[in-house]
Write a protein that binds this ligand. Structure first.
Ligand code: TXA
Ligand code: MG
Length: 341
């Protein structure tokens, strides 16, 4: 199957493909998702197969209106408030389900499900036209960085899915914040664009400790639990307190072959040009860095001779929490200058 690239005007055809039980990737404000209609069991299984995703990792249910959620989830006032404040937008809400409303293939056998209404007009139209929610995991091969361009999806899934609705680069670049309302207090399971400070005015108390990996903890199963966004190269995080140019100079001496540098413009400007050092810019600030992180990791992945990447760390506040969460996963928690290897 040759995977088609759809644009805005092809939304009716893309919707027809979904209704026929085929898979179509779609844009969101965070990363591209892989769609199949929620109540087509074979199609949903196809999503796990195309991604190579473990079957116990539940999928997000992507909707085009808050009302769509209440066909499946138990009514919840806090959730309604969150939806009013943050939807459409990069916030995924986990809610207890009406028993039997979604298959175990979607929920991974849980009695809860994750719901999300993305801020992307083309995708909201696609779901409306399809007439039912679509599942929406990130449209990458499991273990690869999430796709922020239609080309990333094509790279991973060409030949495995019917089409990709292309709406250019995504804006945020990191996956949505996941907040669990099935527990008390509500808990952030995955940090994203919205942080606890954004959510507490609505939720009161928010548990922010549920996604943390202890600072000095070495993952017990590297490449498994924490190394989700792993490029082929070893990634080392350079702490914001470390002199970046100096870290590069030291690495040039210790690592005689080519290596990658993923850093901010001012850091790149401080490095002497060298054939040994292959650079990718994170731009000027945390917003551009979040937008560029996955693209950068993928760009280095296409250069097999690069087996080491020095990547700029940032302070862990606001969007920096989400950025560092993803970067730590790609690095397996390893920092430059700390010999954990
Ligand atoms: O920004 C996003 O959320 C993107 C775009 C495409 O919408 N989607 C995305 O989906 O990142 P995915 O499947 O890659 O990540 C969903 C996360 C997974 O970590 C999954 O384990 C978790 O949400 N999740 C889904 N349902 C859950 C549930 N009922 N309880 C706890 N975690 C759940
Ligand atoms: Mg994912």
């Amino acid at each position: 199957m040759e995977t088609k690239i759809y644009t805005q005007q092809d939304i009716p055809e893309a919707a027809a493909q979904l209704r026929a039980g085929n898979l179509v990737a779609f844009p969101t404000e965070t990363v591209y998702g892989l769609g199949a209609i929620v109540d087509n069991e074979a199609a949903v299984r196809g999503v796990y197969a195309a991604k190579g995703r473990p079957s116990d990792n539940p999928l997000i249910v992507t909707v085009c209106s808050p009302e769509m959620v209440w066909k499946y989830a138990l009514k919840n006032e806090l959730a309604e408030k969150l939806m009013t404040n943050f939807w459409p937008g990069p916030l995924t809400i986990i809610l207890p389900l009406q028993p039997g409303s979604l298959s175990a293939t979607v929920t991974g056998g849980l009695h809860t499900a994750a719901f999300r209404m993305p801020k992307n007009q083309a995708t909201l139209e696609l779901i409306k036209e399809t007439g039912t929610p679509i599942v929406g995991p990130s449209a990458n091969t499991s273990g690869k960085p999430s796709p922020t361009l239609a080309q990333h999806v094509y790279h991973d899934l060409n030949g495995k899915i019917a089409g990709i609705l292309d709406d250019g680069p995504t804006q945020v670049g990191l996956e949505s914040t996941v907040v669990d309302l099935s527990v008390t207090p509500a808990a952030i399971l995955r940090p994203g664009y919205y942080d606890a400070a954004d959510l507490t005015p609505v939720l009161g108390v928010v548990d922010t400790e549920q996604h943390h990996v202890g600072a000095n903890e070495t993952p017990k199963a590297p490449g498994m639990k924490y190394k989700h966004y792993a490029p082929a190269a070893q990634v080392l995080i350079v702490k914001p307190t470390v002199d970046f140019a100096n870290a590069v100079r030291e690495t040039q001496q210790q690592h005689p072959t080519k290596f990658g540098v993923l850093a901010f413009d001012d850091q790149l400007a401080s490095i002497a040009a060298s054939d040994q050092v292959v650079t990718f810019s994170l731009g000027t600030d945390i917003s551009t860095a979040s937008h560029q992180l996955f693209s950068g990791l993928r760009w280095f992945d296409d250069q097999p001779e690069i087996d080491l990447i020095l990547a700029a760390g940032v302070d862990e506040d606001g969007l920096g929490i989400a950025y560092m969460n993803r970067l730590k996963k790609s690095a397996g928690g390893q920092y430059y200058g700390e010999s954990t290897r």
